[in-house]
Design a protein around this ligand. Structure first.
Ligand SMILES: C=CC1=C(C)c2cc3[nH]c(cc4nc(cc5[nH]c(cc1n2)c(C)c5CCC(=O)O)C(CCC(=O)O)=C4C)c(C)c3C=C
Ligand SMILES: [Fe+2]
Ligand SMILES: [Fe+2]
Length: 344
């Protein structure tokens, strides 16, 4: 009997990853792998090693472990738990196996591919779970998956779902999710994206024309395909239009900076501090660089960010969760995966 034609096909979801536990040694091991990635800290190896192993890993693991403890659940890290739930929900909707891998720590991309290969899969559609392209998101996932494929699985094929920041199905799902949670009387809706050093934007711009100020918010510019900053502004604009909000009700900021480099501005924390004095008393905030709630949303924004805002004179702070296991979002992942599966 003939097998169905898709019997060799599978889907691999890839998210960022979390430490194994909140023990300082596990957090240290995770941060070491993460920050030694040359697409995350893009210094020459020796300078990266001096900075990461000589400075950051001396103090940050303690601080980060304490932060992780505040968000950790009985089942583990929120990012991992939510990613597993997304995997399960997607599996209910598609007739090919769905695997899961993390760029850092476990389950690794290698583990995820191995599990699919063990099921006889040789054609994998890999979905980087990042709406916007960045060197430290989509690009490093593809680099790692290619490294693993060439080393351990030279006979399989992988194709990659591209950043989906401007896809209508994604914007519809995000706008709907935000719209449902937005309180009717908010003063401002803040879009807080994970930041990156400005250098990353210049480095990955193949046209070398992005000047940070006058290209990222334009409708059409040759640098946009690889401009993380543009892609953040674009998501915001498309969601704002979909929700029918006036421009003055929406603000873009960038969070989670690390080290002494110049990161993209405006910064989320500095902005939150000053909003109350500018008359913004009721703030809603959403973090669309993340599709799953994680340390950076649950602790940095909904706990620390809230404190900063209230301390600066704000009165009400509504954190709007990520898409997580939202049914429309699962459908977005299904559509994006199936489009790519069809291309084998
Ligand atoms: C130079 C450092 C970093 C860059 C560049 C960076 C980019 C970047 N990261 C995410 C998504 C996530 N980052 C998360 C945690 C996190 N990020 C950094 C540093 C950089 N990120 C660190 C050191 C950490 C660890 C926690 C800490 O010590 O602060 C997470 C959460 C992981 C979790 O377990 O919950 C996510 C998700 C994006 C999207 C991005 C570029 C756009
Ligand atoms: Fe990060
Ligand atoms: Fe730009």
């Amino acid at each position: 009997m003939n097998q169905p034609v898709h019997n060799k096909k599978g889907i691999l979801l890839v998210n960022l990853g979390s430490p194994k536990s909140t023990d300082v040694k596990d957090v240290k091991e995770y941060l070491d792998e993460f920050l030694m990635d040359e697409k995350v800290i893009d210094y020459r190896w020796i300078f990266r090693a001096l900075l990461v192993q000589g400075i950051i890993l001396k103090t940050r693991p303690n601080k980060s472990a304490e932060a992780y403890k505040t968000v950790w659940t009985d089942e583990g890290s929120p990012l991992i738990v939510i990613s597993k739930n997304l995997q399960k929900e997607l599996q209910k909707l598609v007739d090919v196996p769905v695997g899961l891998g993390m760029r850092y720590a476990e389950p690794s991309i290698q583990t995820g591919i191995q599990e699919l290969v063990d099921k006889g899969i040789t054609e994998i559609t890999l979905v980087p779970l990042y709406p916007q392209y960045a060197m430290s998101t989509t690009e490093t996932v593809i680099d790692k998956a290619e490294e693993v494929r060439l080393k351990f699985f030279p006979d399989i094929k992988i194709n990659y779902v591209q950043p989906f920041y401007n896809r209508e199905i994604y914007i519809d799902a995000l706008a709907k999710s935000i719209g449902e949670k937005l309180p009717p009387d908010f003063d401002l809706l803040q879009f807080s994206y994970h930041g990156v050093p400005e250098r990353h934007i210049y480095k990955t711009d193949p046209t070398k024309t992005c000047s940070m100020d006058n290209c990222c918010q334009k409708d059409d510019h040759p640098s946009h395909k690889f401009c993380y900053r543009h892609q953040c502004y674009k998501v915001t604009e498309l969601v704002r239009e979909k929700l029918g909000l006036p421009k003055e009700k929406v603000l873009v900021t960038f969070q989670s900076r690390l080290g002494k480099d110049k990161w993209m501005e405006p910064y989320t924390d500095a902005t939150l501090e000053g909003l109350g004095k500018k008359g913004i008393k009721k703030l809603a905030i959403v973090c669309p660089a993340f599709v799953s709630d994680c340390l950076e949303t649950l602790e940095e924004i909904s706990v620390e960010g809230k404190e900063i805002f209230l301390h600066g004179g704000g009165e009400r702070f509504d954190y709007i969760p990520c898409l997580n296991e939202d049914a429309d979002w699962v459908n977005v992942v299904k559509t994006l995966s199936e489009e790519k599966l069809a291309q084998f």
